[in-house]
Design a protein around this ligand. Structure first.
Ligand code: ADP
Ligand code: MG
Length: 219
């Protein structure tokens, strides 16, 4: 599903260059559940953004589902991302003036999918939120908001789910429920890469790799 070789990402910050990620080699097979651990600032978000084609590396190679992601045109890369990848962010990134079901419809509208409303409702049912379809994000608990964002990530039936500290803003009980949901998604056949330093969530992964100062080691 994923083959990254020598992946690097430098950021310019004024006169300095920040090496957020350096020489990362990572392979993830279809159906794996891999966790990326590492303290704050170690490069987890940078790595997930690169894997999800939300950002471009400054070094290295990246193959996604057998395609050379960095040699595609921008348009092809956006197409690959929409087909293959769902993304869950730490702070949910829901659109505040849209209801739960309207938020979940958004990616289907970009993809031009038919029958969007029904598919969004099904995705919300899958995460246990059938009773919250018409709530705004501000009317949801943190755990519910994160489940809406999982439904939004899954509604396009991606084969790869990338989740960046998805339990980072949840209390431990709610975090555990979200971990359980990710476990179910994985058992349903979706490949998962999750960045986290939540021990309970790391324990659910089949494999944990560790980033420190932008470099990867098998944990
Ligand atoms: P983590 O998600 O593990 O907390 P990040 O990937 O966010 O780590 O950041 C890794 C390093 O890259 C940090 O030193 C961070 O300050 C730096 N960094 C991340 N994004 C940018 C950016 N857009 N511009 C400059 N530096 C950045
Ligand atoms: Mg981060």
């Amino acid at each position: 599903m994923i083959r990254a070789q020598g992946l690097g990402r430098d950021f310019r910050r004024g006169p300095e260059t920040v090496h957020a990620l350096a020489a990362v080699d990572l392979e993830v097979a279809e159906g794996e559940f891999v966790a990326v651990a590492g303290r704050s600032g170690s490069g987890k978000s940078t790595l997930l953004h690169l894997l999800g084609c939300l950002d471009r590396p400054t070094a290295g190679q990246l193959f996604l589902d057998g395609q050379d992601a960095l040699r595609l045109t921008e348009r092809q890369r956006v197409g690959l991302r929409r087909r293959l990848v769902g993304f869950v962010f730490q702070s949910f990134h829901l659109i505040e003036h849209l209801t739960a079901v309207e938020n979940v419809v958004v990616p289907l509208r970009y993809a031009g999918t038919a029958d969007r409303r029904r598919r969004a409702e099904e995705a919300l049912a899958r995460v246990g939120l059938s009773a919250r379809l018409h709530h705004l994000p501000a009317e949801l608990s943190g755990g519910e908001a994160q489940r809406v964002s999982v439904a939004r990530a899954l509604v396009g039936r991606p084969r790869l789910l990338l989740a960046d500290e998805p339990t980072g803003e949840l209390d431990s009980m709610t975090a555990d429920e979200l971990g359980g949901l990710l476990g179910e998604v994985h058992r349903g056949g979706t490949t998962i890469v999750v960045a986290s330093h939540d021990e309970a969530l790391l324990a659910r992964a089949g494999r944990v790799v560790k980033l420190s100062d932008g470099r990867l080691a098998q944990a």
